[in-house]
Ligand binder design. Structure first.
Ligand SMILES: Nc1ncnc2c1ncn2[C@@H]1O[C@H](COP(=O)(O)OP(=O)(O)OP(=O)(O)O)[C@@H](O)[C@H]1O
Ligand SMILES: [Mg+2]
Length: 322
C-alpha cells in the first residue's frame, strides 16, 4: 500500500512495514504493509479500534516489540537511515536522543526506587559539553515546563512518591529534555482520568511545537486528536485505511470505517441518545488476514470492488463513498 503524502526529505518515512507475532495458534499479521511519512515538526495521530495494530506499528519503529513480535518486512527511514537495518547498538544511540518515547505505562520506563534526578540527568549529560550541574538545571527546567510544582525540590523525589499523572509528566520531561526531533507517544493518556488526559495532550502539543519536534501520537481516542494533530492515520486490521489532514478527516471522512469511528465520538456525529454507538461486528482474525478491504464484512456500503486489494491514493479514491 502506498501513501502519496510521503513527502520529500521526510524526517520519518515508513515503507511497507510488516509486523508479525508468531504464536502457537498461528502467525498474527499485526501490521500489514504500512507506509506513511512524517515531516519535521508535524504531529500525526494514529487512531483505530483495539487490535488494529497501532501499538505494534509504533513499537516496531524503534524495534521495541516484545517477544514474540518481530518486524517481518519494510523500511523505517529516519533522515534517510533505515532503522530496521541498524545494529542494536546503533539503535540505542537513536532511542532517547533523536527519537523520544512516551508510553501508556510510564512505570515501564521509570524506575520507582531511583530518584527522578538520577534518571533524568544521565541521558541529558550525553549531550557533549554539559556538566552534571548544567544537566540537572536542564532537567529542573523541563520538570517545571511539564507542570511539576516545586521542580527544584521534586526532582529529588522517587517515582513511587508521585501520582500517575505526575509520572506521565516526568516521562514527557524525560522524552523532551534530550531534544529529540521526533516523539513517539503510545497511548500516553489511556491510564489517566479524562481531565488529565486533555492536559497531557495539550502539554505534548505545546512542548513539541515549541521545540520543533515532530510527533507520532498513538491513541484509540479520536476525540482527543482534533485539536492537536496536523494529520490523522486511521488503522484497521493492520493497515492504514485513510490518511489525511485532521480537518479533512473530521469534516469529510471517506472510508466507511473512519466514518463509523467518528460516529463513536460524543458530539461528533453523536446519535442523540445517551449510549455511545459502537461499530457492529468484530475485526478480522489477523492469523488469516482478509484480501481486499478488511472492513467489508462490517461495512454497510460494501460493494463488489471492495474484495480487490485497496490502494491509498491521496485520500482513498478507490473506496468510493461520496
Ligand atoms: N504478544 C502478542 N502475541 C500475539 N498477538 C499479539 C500480541 N500483541 C499484539 N498482538 C496482536 O496484534 C494485533 C495488533 O495489536 P496491537 O496491540 O498493536 O493493537 P492496538 O491497535 O494497539 O490495540 P489497543 O487499542 O487495544 O492498544 C492484534 O490482533 C493483537 O491481538
Ligand atoms: Mg495499543
Amino acid at each position: 500500500m502506498t501513501c502519496q503524502s510521503a513527502v520529500e526529505a521526510a524526517l520519518l518515512e515508513v515503507r511497507g512495514l510488516r509486523t508479525e507475532f508468531r504464536t502457537d495458534s498461528g502467525t498474527v499479521t499485526a501490521v500489514d504493509g504500512v507506509s506513511f511519512a512524517v515531516a519535521a515538526g508535524e504531529r500525526i495521530a494514529v487512531v483505530g479500534e483495539s487490535g488494529s495494530g497501532k501499538s505494534a506499528m509504533a513499537m516496531s519503529l524503534l524495534r521495541l516489540l516484545a517477544y514474540p513480535g518481530r518486524v517481518a518486512g519494510g523500511e523505517v527511514l529516519l533522515n534517510g537511515r533505515d532503522l530496521c537495518a541498524m545494529t542494536e547498538r546503533q539503535l540505542t544511540a537513536i532511542r532517547g536522543r533523536e527519537v523520544g518515547t512516551v508510553f501508556q505505562d510510564p512505570m515501564s520506563s521509570l524506575d520507582p526506587v531511583m530518584r527522578v534526578s538520577k534518571q533524568m540527568v544521565a541521558p541529558i549529560m550525553r549531550s557533549p559539553g554539559l556538566s552534571r550541574a548544567e544537566a540537572r538545571a536542564e532537567a529542573v527546567k523541563w520538570l517545571d515546563k511539564v507542570g511539576i510544582p516545586d521542580a527544584e525540590r521534586r526532582i529529588e523525589a522517587y517515582p513511587f512518591e508521585m501520582s500517575g499523572g505526575m509520572h506521565q509528566r516526568v516521562m514527557i520531561a524525560m522524552a523532551l529534555s534530550c531534544r529529540p526531533r521526533l516523539v513517539i507517544a503510545v497511548e500516553p493518556t489511556t491510564a489517566l482520568d479524562v481531565t488529565i488526559q486533555a492536559q497531557i495532550v495539550e502539554l505534548l502539543k505545546d512542548l513539541t511545537s515549541e521545540s520543533g519536534a515532530a510527533m507520532l501520537f498513538i491513541t484509540h481516542n479520536l476525540g482527543l486528536v482534533a485539536r492537536f494533530a496536523h494529520k490523522v492515520a486511521v488503522m484497521y486490521a493492520g493497515r492504514i485505511v485513510e490518511f489525511g489532514p485532521v480537518g479533512d478527516i473530521f469534516r469529510a471522512a471517506r472510508h466507511p470505517y473512519t466514518q463509523s469511528l467518528l460516529a463513536t465520538i460524543p458530539g461528533v456525529g453523536a446519535t442523540g441518545t445517551d449510549r455511545l454507538p459502537q461499530i457492529p461486528g468484530t475485526p478480522p482474525d489477523m492469523r488469516t488476514p482478509p484480501t481486499g478491504c478488511a472492513f467489508r464484512e462490517r461495512c454497510l456500503e460494501a460493494h463488489a470492488r471492495c474484495s480487490e486489494a485497496p490502494t491509498l491514493h491521496g485520500r482513498n479514491r478507490n473506496c468510493r463513498v461520496s
